[in-house]
Design a protein around this ligand. Sequence first.
Ligand code: FES
Ligand code: FES
Length: 159
Amino acid sequence: MNEQILANVMECSVNGRIAPLSGDRSGLLLDFLRNTLHLKGSRFGCGHERCCACMVLIDGQPSYSCTRSLESVVNCRIETIESLGLEHSLVRAFLDEQAGQCGYCLSGILMSAKGLLDRDPSPGRAQIIEALEPHLCRCGAHARIVRAVQRAAKLDGAA
Ligand code: FES
Ligand code: FES
């Protein structure tokens, strides 16, 4: 199989669907999600791994999409905020706690929180704070955000 054909079969999965990685594979994952797949929930903030607005899950791990090249996610499983429906415990808990103001940071925070709860369904407050520590929230909603993740863990435990 020549390189041209190989290039055409590169793919990853995004929110459970196969996504062919056509075009420039040195391009950035965040641009691919937003501009090719039209999944606008992941946000651009700093572009330098400083704010976490762009955070997605790659094979279950919270990852910066603003610096990841497409070629680095071939055959990876990517989850974005669009994978969480309104009935997801995290979404319900964030709404119940009114854990956000402008909302710019929330898609990244929700994906890091999902990664945490997938790994540990009953995290303590310290684990939640540690998992969300890199995230910037310029509205200062951190306390409500931590409470919302605690609430989501309880909702999952009660289900
Ligand atoms: S946009 Fe700020 S860390 Fe990616
Ligand atoms: S809710 Fe505005 S930046 Fe976090």
